[in-house]
Write a protein that binds this ligand. Sequence first.
Ligand SMILES: *Cc1c(COP(=O)(O)O)cnc(C)c1O
Ligand code: SF4
Length: 349
Amino acid sequence: MICSIENLPPVLAASVGKWEKNYIAKIESQGLLPFAVTPHFASLARPERDDPIRRQFFPDPREAIRGPFALDDPLGESLHRVAAGFIHQYRDRALLLASKTCAGYCRHCFRRVWISSDRDAKRSFPSIRTLEYLKTHTEIREVLVSGGDPLTLDDDRLEAVFSQLRDARPDLVLRLCTRTPITEPSRLDGKTIAMLTKFRPLWMSVHINHPRELSAQSRDTFAACLSAGIPVKVQTVLLRGINDDPALLAGLFRDCLDLGLSPYYLFQLDLAPGTAHFRVPLRRGLAIHRELSGLIPSADLPTYAVDIPGGGGKVRLHENIIVGERESHKGAEYILKDGNGKEWYYPVE
Ligand SMILES: *Cc1c(COP(=O)(O)O)cnc(C)c1O
Ligand code: SF4
């Protein structure tokens, strides 16, 4: 893992401006999301400051700005926490936060405050309470194992997590949520994949934002997962200046489909602090998604969705979800109406 400018590939290190350097020096002391990138992901970046790969891991001084809409817990996960690191928000699915670290940090990360807090806290997941909860809540059919990135755990630890979940509830479907096949594909070697195979039905959900992230090594890793019977879903975050272009997204999803990966969600950005410069206005996102629907087969179109700020859950975004606009003390907001007729708010800009 590369955690300092000096350890970056020389062309990238040479591209670092003075103000970027100063900001990176401040990050640790201010308890912000750490600067870390894998050698593999860094090798995909170009030195230009607006390069879509570079921008995803390179700290930007605009992160220091806490915009009026920022929320430390943008998804309102704490409202649905039923045990330490365990969130039960939807009837039949629950989410385990199995690791607090990642193989490199995305500057747009929605859990950036959680990841940056109590960095030395040692915890063991799943907790006894989580396992008890799973035994009594038989309506839960699927557990998402997320974080952070669970693939930062070593194989023994990861195997223990999956075994404990399965022992508690042999009927569970498991979903491994990760970005490691993109950031550090060598982590998923034959041995790890063979271990994972024991836990089928197991799905993998991978965060991919740009066609250039699909390196030859990542493609091989996905092929190995698919041949091992682990289907892969793709989640993409709509990011300003990185992938907010229908033709580029269509190219990304076509590449994924060619590899046998299923586009699943295109996410509107969550309101984590210091990420507003990545936000694509909602109306523009809707226009991009509409155009995208003409560029790839409709059955392969990922669902455009947002986790409604404040714990409203995931909702599918479409023109009719916006029922009005209001001016709050934070600024202009859309009024959104979810499937149950409840009203929520999301910033206009
Ligand atoms: C996203 C999410 C899920 C899974 O939702 P899907 O629509 O099945 O991908 C489950 N629990 C929580 C808390 C989530 O945020
Ligand atoms: S991999 Fe996921 S949890 Fe980790 S920094 Fe990126 S968005 Fe955040």
